[in-house]
Design a protein around this ligand. Structure first.
Ligand code: UDP
Length: 238
């Protein structure tokens, strides 16, 4: 059998990745599609960590624009990521894939607290580890949490699933002429202000030479293809 290119990966899913075509929340069919793909990786022996966003439920910026205190709004956003994490865990375990949720804010009754060494042990034992509550700090994003956790667990790549095929020079949903990049440097992403991950996350990846692959999550089989080294999506490196 072919050898996978990556043995341990960190998958960043935005909250929207679970939303499907609904305006809000979690779409069961979309959750199934995502879970099928991730479980396939786990069953192939790939060690999978996931950082899940919360934008399908609540974003701190939206709360603060509406007049809330930004810090409180960000805590609400972090709790939203935990809701998504539990939904993912349920979907994985119903497929027979052992999963642990670890949160950066303690909610002991529903999830383990984030303990790096324990997370590493889970990964070694073939459990999928879902990291909830972002970094645990307001004013950060789950993109930054993804970069941080990827480094901590020594993942060899961040796989960032999106609604489109990769990174484009303009929004492909609005502009049919938009061109996709096969490869970019971190500096390209920062200087062209490409909306891949926020600048804190990109800088962290740049400083630590952690590659990012942006690919279409909605195409079944894509995630496995990326793992086996097919040229899918956009690769971001030095
Ligand atoms: N958040 C935060 N600190 C973090 C990660 C997330 O305060 O370390 C909050 C922030 O309010 C953010 C919300 O959680 O808007 C949801 O996360 P994010 O916007 O990154 O989710 P995504 O866009 O990936 O769905």
């Amino acid at each position: 059998m072919e050898k996978p290119k990556f043995q341990r990966v960190l998958i960043k899913l935005s909250g929207e990745a679970l939303q499907g075509n609904q305006g809000y929340g979690i779409c069961p069919d979309t959750l199934d599609l995502v879970a099928d793909q991730i479980c396939e990786l786990s069953e192939l022996g790939i060690e999978v960590g996931i950082v899940i966003g919360g934008g399908n439920i609540f974003r701190g910026v939206a709360g603060s624009t509406a007049g809330m205190d930004r810090t409180s709004a960000d805590y609400m956003g972090m709790l939203a990521t935990v809701i998504n994490g539990l939904a993912l865990q349920d979907a994985f375990e119903s497929r027979g894939v052992p999963t642990r949720v670890q949160t950066a804010l303690e909610i002991k009754e529903v999830a383990e607290p984030y303990i790096r060494r324990r997370a590493m042990r889970h990964l070694e034992k073939g459990r999928v580890v879902i990291f909830g509550a972002g970094t645990g700090n307001p004013y950060f994003t789950t993109d930054t949490a993804a970069a941080l956790r990827a480094m901590e667990i020594r993942a060899s790549v961040i796989l960032k699933g999106t609604k489109v095929d990769g990174v484009y020079d303009s929004d492909p949903v609005e502009n049919p002429e938009a061109t996709m990049f096969d490869r970019l440097t971190y500096l390209d992403v920062l200087s062209k202000n490409l909306r891949v991950m926020d600048s804190t996350a990109i800088s962290l990846c740049m400083d630590n030479k952690l590659p990012i692959i942006v690919f279409n999550l909605r195409k079944r089989g894509n995630m496995k293809a990326v793992i086996f080294g097919e040229d899918i999506g956009t690769l971001i490196v030095d």
